[in-house]
Every structure is written in structure tokens, then in C-alpha cells.
Design a protein around this ligand. Structure first.
Ligand code: DON
Length: 312
């Protein structure tokens, strides 16, 4: 076997082991506060790896399209960082874990309405308010274009997921008004929530997620399309945000056990990045109490362990 073939065989073995470990794990429950998510078949399971050279590995339901949800926060953060720079993002959106649930109002109130992280709802709504555009439609167009460039294919909104979320996002609207009253929402607050809700309602496959992560792993260049999507300098601060708050109240446990920057979504997706090497993504709808995919975490952790990747 050539060195390349050995590398391929190792990754194939790792995703098969990740899939098997996840399949042997039970527990968790689909998110049901967004009605659409409760209806997704809970047994779906997928694992994918995309390398910084653009090789794609997948197993299970890896082409099933599901709602990106909070994983979108990473890519809107990247878009805003391109527009206003890393220091302004740091100053306006923060880079600390909140230690509280992803949609916590208390976290916001404890810090005079300043979101601590762009990866919790408050910070993500503030980030959506910073996307350049004269109205919701132009902001939305650039978010969708950005997600598509990270994924290397046209990403689309699910009208069904979006209607389900727009009809039930009262808590997020309250967060937006709190931000606005503190001067930390930079557009009309209802426009910011509308755009944020749409960005959570796009459909991605596990392979899309791994490709989006691989774009971060390869310094901001999509390794499949070869397009530079973001500045190389912005990758490290984005990964730092993922390390600190990507799995919400489990971020510390994840750092302790797995040691890779990651991000989860209540749709059941999870994405981890190994800088310079590859990205690992998994999808399985049932979530733990923190809002992270139970089997997705097991799968990603197993793949990382087998491939010997832990930043620490
Ligand atoms: O704002 C919300 O509640 C959802 N659209 C996204 C939340 C989410 O994915 C949290 N992640 N685990």
C-alpha cells in the first residue's frame, strides 16, 4: 500500500469505528421546542471526514439533509469577522463561555447586555445584526452565499424548518430586544432575529458539515473547490471561540476529553476541526441536556481518538 492508501484506510477504519461506537450508544431526545425537529427520525446516524486536501469519507446517512441550527453560528461569525475584523468581533461579541444554556437571558443580564460569545443565541443574534446589508433580504443573501462557499455547493433554506422556527422563536425575540436595549444589537432587533432564524433553518448533509469544517482546517480555503472563503488570520480566533463555547455547558468536558474545537446544533449535527489536517462531522438527532447530539459526540470523539488527534 502507498502512504496515501494507508492514510485513506486509517480514516475509513476510524469513521467505521465512530459509527459503530455511536450505534451502540443510546439515550437523548430530539429537540422538541422547535416542532419540526421533533419529527426527524431519531435513528438516523452519519459520520463524515473531509481532509485539508479535499478527500471525502462518509458512512451511514451521510447524505441526509438536516437543519444546521447553531452550527450556522460559526459561519456567520466568520462572515462578520471578514467584514469588521477579529478585534471588533472580540470587542462586540466576546470570546468567553457563559457557563449557562445556549439561550440564556440570565447570561446576558449578568453582563449588562453584552453577549459573551458569538456561539450562544445572544451573541449570534448580535452577529446577525452586524451582517452588512440594507435590509433583511440582502443580509440573508450574503449569509446563504457564505454558507454555500464553505460547503462548496449551493445551500438552501428549508421553508418548513424556517416556518416552524419563526412561529416559535419568542424567546430569541426577547433576547434581541434585551440586546437592543443595551446597545448591543446593531440593526433592527426583529430583523436580526429573522435573519438569525433563517441561518439556522438551512439544510446540510454530514458531508457538507465536514467540508465546511475542512475549510477551517485548511486555513480558510475550501479544500474541495479550492476557493479562499475567509482570511487565514481569522481561522485561529474562530477555532478559539469553538473551543470555549462550541458545546455550550459541555464545552469544558469536551475540551478535557476530546481536545478539539467543535460546534453542535439542536438539529443533531456536530462538527470538530483538526487544524491543518481535517474536519470530522456527525449527525444523530437525539440530544443531551446541554443540546448536543448524544451519538454525534460519541462518533466524533471515537474518530479523533483513533486518528490520534487532540490539540492538547
Ligand atoms: O435559536 C435556536 O434556539 C435554534 N435555532 C438553534 C439552537 C441550537 O442549535 C443550539 N445548539 N445546540
Amino acid at each position: 500500500m502507498t502512504q496515501t492508501e494507508t492514510g485513506r484506510a486509517r480514516i475509513e477504519e476510524a469513521i467505521a469505528a465512530g459509527y459503530a461506537a455511536a450505534q451502540a450508544t443510546g439515550g437523548g431526545k430530539n429537540a422538541d421546542y422547535i416542532p419540526f425537529l421533533a419529527s426527524v427520525p431519531p435513528d438516523l446516524l452519519a459520520v463524515a471526514v473531509v481532509t485539508a486536501e479535499g478527500q471525502v469519507f462518509k458512512t451511514g446517512d451521510a447524505d441526509y439533509a438536516f437543519a444546521i441550527e447553531s452550527i450556522s453560528k460559526v459561519f456567520t461569525l466568520a462572515l462578520v469577522m471578514e467584514a469588521i475584523g477579529a478585534s471588533a468581533v472580540h470587542e462586540k461579541l466576546g470570546a468567553d463561555p457563559t457557563g449557562l444554556p445556549f439561550n440564556s437571558v440570565i447570561a446576558l443580564e449578568l453582563h449588562q447586555g453584552k453577549p459573551l460569545s458569538p456561539l450562544v443565541n445572544a451573541g449570534a443574534i448580535a452577529a446577525a445584526s452586524l451582517v452588512a446589508g440594507s435590509d433583511a433580504e440582502s443580509c440573508w443573501a450574503s449569509i446563504l452565499d457564505n454558507q454555500s462557499r464553505f460547503a462548496g455547493r449551493p445551500i438552501a433554506l428549508s421553508p418548513e424548518v424556517n416556518s416552524s422556527e419563526q412561529a416559535t422563536n419568542f424567546h430569541n425575540r426577547a433576547i434581541a430586544w434585551l440586546l437592543y436595549s443595551a446597545g448591543t444589537c446593531y440593526s433592527d432587533p426583529m430583523r436580526a432575529v429573522d435573519v438569525y432564524t433563517r441561518q439556522c433553518s438551512t439544510l446540510v448533509t454530514t458531508v457538507d458539515l465536514a467540508t465546511m469544517g475542512a475549510t477551517l482546517a485548511s486555513g480558510g480555503v475550501n479544500p474541495v473547490t479550492k476557493e479562499r472563503v475567509i482570511a487565514g488570520d481569522h481561522v485561529a480566533p474562530i477555532l478559539a471561540e469553538m473551543m470555549m463555547e462550541g458545546l455550550y455547558t459541555s464545552s469544558g468536558d469536551w475540551a478535557f476529553n476530546v481536545g478539539l474545537p467543535a460546534k453542535s446544533g439542536v438539529g443533531g449535527g456536530i462538527l470538530a476541526v483538526v487544524p491543518g489536517k481535517l474536519a470530522i462531522a456527525a449527525f444523530a438527532p437525539p440530544l443531551d441536556d446541554a443540546g448536543n447530539s448524544v451519538r454525534g459526540q460519541v462518533a466524533v470523539a471515537k474518530v479523533a481518538e483513533i486518528l490520534g488527534y487532540n490539540l492538547f
